[in-house]
Design a protein around this ligand. Structure first.
Ligand SMILES: [Zn+2]
Length: 465
């Protein structure tokens, strides 16, 4: 197994493959096969997202994957922003289509014509929907599993509101939702407002959640966008006000993708392999039996397996006797299972189990009667440990700088004063090869721009995926 810190890129490619997350041998570049173990992890992440948006009046929908050129062309900035990335369907069977159709690169153009039919009066607002679907981008750069791909597993929430202020409240709510999701995934992040030239096509402004992978490059793992009335004016989404006049709706969106899984894999893993946060782990605890000549360990192991499943713990029972216990331990460690329960002769006779925790520490002997309770509290401990490790790693890769000289060769997130101009951003890009992630939303202090010396605010710069 590759060394994660020194050769992160190779480590990542290797673990995605050998842990059974994804198979990239499919004959189309950037379109990979979701393997059962990887898909299960992604579905658990989707479940965490649903758990957080469903109670807040978001309704799940499913829109067609095809969008006509006319639909897509309604908002000029939007279509311009995606023109280099769209897959076009131009034929149906043997017939040339009168109207070319795009595979959705995102669903504004698919949804907003329907929004204009659905939104009539105040009573229809706010409108909150989401879907979890594949979106397609014709990616020409080097592709990387879960990070830069052509078929993307995508969560997109779309809302419409009566006023801009209500849409702003929605933006705040997204940040609260995100806080909970990132807590379950044990992911540290900063919030950056993307520069105008890098915001979502058609948006008034874009806020991005940025994290850092061990190689020192930042990864955008989520975005929220304020559209104001930019789309509603073009797609004619308006409602009747009490005074008899019509008003355009204000809109927002929230996007997440399989990059969340990439971040979980990259940030929590170690040289032995994956470490899944318990909320994401396809298997939270594995019971490994150690064959014995004098005692049949299986009935004892099975009864504990059933008890753990009944307690709501995602448990696997590994009774394979054609592998040594050591081989099996390594395999489950590599697959990132948070807890391992060992059951052999000693455990059966002592009416207990031996528990080993993936994040380290001594193995523990737990009495039979306390297993389910102990496993639950150990899972919480694993999550706490992952959060602490990830935060420490994040802090070690985020640093403030006060001069360009000092910032040369910076790894991870480089924080520095910036006036907001494209010129100063270009200097940093050219001299230091660091891209501009934008103003850091957690800081409001006035600081001098690291390039021109004018008044500015703290911004984040990095090499990014
Ligand atoms: Zn400047």
């Amino acid at each position: 197994m590759e060394n994660r810190k020194e050769n992160f890129s190779e480590w990542y490619n290797e673990i995605v493959d050998i842990a059974g997350l994804s198979d990239k041998r499919y004959p189309i570049k950037g379109m990979n096969v979701w393997m059962p173990y990887g898909l299960k992890a992604m579905q658990n992440i989707d479940g965490i997202i649903r758990k957080n948006v469903d109670p807040l009046d978001f309704q799940e929908v499913s829109f067609p994957v095809l969008i006509t050129r006319d639909q897509l062309s309604v908002e000029f900035e939007h279509v311009k922003g995606f023109e280099n990335e769209v897959y076009w369907v131009t034929r149906g069977g043997m017939e040339q289509l009168d109207v070319e159709m795009a595979l959705r690169p995102t669903s504004e153009a698919a949804m907003y014509g329907m929004f204009s039919l659905w939104v009539r009066s105040h009573a229809d607002l706010p409108l909150r929907i989401y879907q979890i679907v594949s979106v397609y981008r014709y990616e020409t750069k080097h592709t990387r599993t879960f990070i830069r791909i052509r078929e993307i597993h995508f969560f997109e929430a779309h809302t419409a509101h009566d006023t801009y202020e209500d849409a702003e409240r929605q933006m705040d709510q997204y940040r609260e939702i995100w806080k909970k999701i990132s807590h379950d995934l044990c992911l540290p992040y900063i919030i950056d407002q993307r520069p105008d030239w890098d915001k979502f096509p058609g948006a008034m402004y874009t806020l991005a959640f940025d994290t850092v992978l061990p190689g020192g490059r930042s990864l955008q793992i989520g975005t929220i966008h304020q559209y104001g009335t930019n789309f509603s004016r073009n797609y004619d989404i308006k409602y009747l006000k009490d005074d008899g006049t019509h008003e355009y709706a204000s809109q927002t969106t929230f996007g997440l993708s399989e990059r969340l899984l990439a971040a979980v894999v990259g940030i929590h893993g170690d040289d032995q392999g994956l470490i899944f946060p318990p909320a994401v782990a396809p298997v939270q605890a594995v019971i490994v039996t150690i064959p014995s000549k004098s005692v049949d360990v299986l009935p004892y192991a099975r009864s504990i397996f059933e008890e753990m499943k009944a307690a709501g713990i995602r448990t696997s029972l590994d009774t394979r006797d054609n592998y040594t216990p050591g081989f099996k331990y390594n395999e489950w460690e590599m697959k990132g299972v948070p807890l391992r329960l060992e059951i052999g002769e000693k455990e059966v006779s002592g009416n207990r189990v031996t528990i080993s925790v993936r994040t380290g520490g001594k193995r523990r002997q737990i009495p039979r009667s306390e297993i389910a309770g102990t496993v639950k509290s150990l899972l919480d401990e694993v999550a706490e440990k992952l959060r602490a490790n990830a935060d420490a790693h994040f802090r070690s890769l985020s640093r403030k700088y006060s001069s360009l000289e000092e910032m040369r060769g910076a790894q991870g997130l480089a924080l520095a004063g910036w006036c907001g101009s494209k010129e100063c951003s270009s200097v940093i890009e050219e001299k230091l090869e660091l891209g501009t992630l934008g103003f850091n939303r957690d800081s409001d202090e006035t600081v001098k721009c690291i390039v021109c010396g004018k008044d500015g605010k703290i911004a984040a710069f990095s090499r990014s995926y």
